[in-house]
Design a protein around this ligand. Structure first.
Ligand code: CAA
Length: 285
């Protein structure tokens, strides 16, 4: 069976949800974006305006194409707006309780054949699936930040995901210009499981004053060719998100590599979340 996903719902319009909405609308798909309140929707629109404005300034998009792209996205504060979509991609904050509630409600609203995807970075897709009456149609679709730029999508299958659902989601990710990989359901999947031990180690080096933030970042950029150093990357990801990912992986594997560096928690408590709060390891305008 080959499904056509032409109308897609996005739940949660934070950095990732808005970035995914942009990718879909750029491909010509109809997008219905849902967030809890008007403030959430306004924040999402802000991301989209900024990102597409940047594409226009860079000569990648003209104003008419930008207007068409933005017109393909409609907004709602109610999940009922997703009654006739073909696929839902959820990108709400990383809380199992919240995701379970969203998917249980979606299960009631959407047709039984609709596929549910979660953009979770570390939570169990299997557990999300059992909160619906259609666990065979639940997958992970994990995009990377910034979603309009980075090509990887980790497609996560559980022991009960129907094989044709995986095949169709992989084909769909390819149609978006992405490079999907398929993996089983384990905290961190591939990329985060490998990346976050390294990022955490960099925070430990910084907190013990082994090296300055600039030197840590310069070493990995100029010595290893990484596009960003680890502390600048943590600011991009968001320190709260990074902490949650590390904590989930640590609780699952008990690997000390993933025990969150104490400085991360202190910075989060002090409101230093990275770019989104204006200050993390670095300060932003
Ligand atoms: N939205 C849309 N486009 C963006 C963008 C954004 N947020 N950020 C950058 N771009 C575009 C720019 O417009 C630019 O496009 P053009 O070449 O067409 O002009 C291009 O990307 C390059 O941007 P810049 O020249 O401004 O800067 P750069 O070359 O340093 O690239 C970067 C910026 C793409 C962020 C790059 O530094 C990078 O890839 N960094 C690593 C990011 C990374 O590792 N992300 C993964 C995080 S982990 C994760 O996401 C998983 C998770 O679960 C937390």
């Amino acid at each position: 069976m080959t499904r056509q996903f032409t109308k897609v719902g996005i739940v949660g319009l934070g950095t990732m949800g808005a970035g995914i909405a942009e990718v879909l609308a750029r491909t010509g798909l109809t997008v219905v974006a849902v967030d809890v309140d008007e403030a959430g929707l306004a924040r999402g629109r802000g991301h989209l305006d900024h990102s597409t404005g940047r594409a226009v300034a860079g000569g990648k998009l003209d104003e008419a194409a930008r207007a068409e792209l933005l017109a393909r996205i409609s907004y709602s504060t109610s999940l009922d707006a997703l009654a006739d979509v073909d696929l839902v991609i959820e990108a709400v904050p990383e809380s199992m309780e919240l995701k379970a509630k969203v998917f249980a409600e979606l299960d009631r609203i959407c047709r039984p054949e609709v596929v549910f995807a979660s953009n979770t970075s570390a939570l169990s897709i299997t557990e999300i699936g059992v909160h619906t009456g259609r666990p065979g149609k639940v997958v992970g679709m994990h995009f990377f930040n910034p979603a309009p730029v980075l090509k990887l999508v980790e497609v996560v299958r559980t022991v009960v995901t129907e094989p044709d659902v995986v095949t169709d989601v992989v084909a769909f990710a390819e149609s978006l210009g992405k490079s999907p990989v398929v993996i089983g359901d384990r905290a961190g999947f591939i990329a985060n499981a490998l990346l976050f031990g390294y990022l955490n180690h960099a925070v430990r080096m910084y907190e013990t004053r082994y090296a300055t933030r600039e030197d840590l970042d310069a070493a990995m950029r100029y010595g290893c060719g990484y596009p960003m150093g680890p502390l600048a990357l943590l600011d991009l990801i968001g320190l709260d998100t990074a902490y949650e990912i590390l904590d989930t992986m640590y609780h699952q594997s008990r690997n000390r590599l993933h025990a969150p560096a104490p400085l991360l928690k202190q910075m989060i408590t002090a409101g230093l979340l990275g770019r989104k709060s204006g200050r993390g390891f670095y300060t932003y305008d």
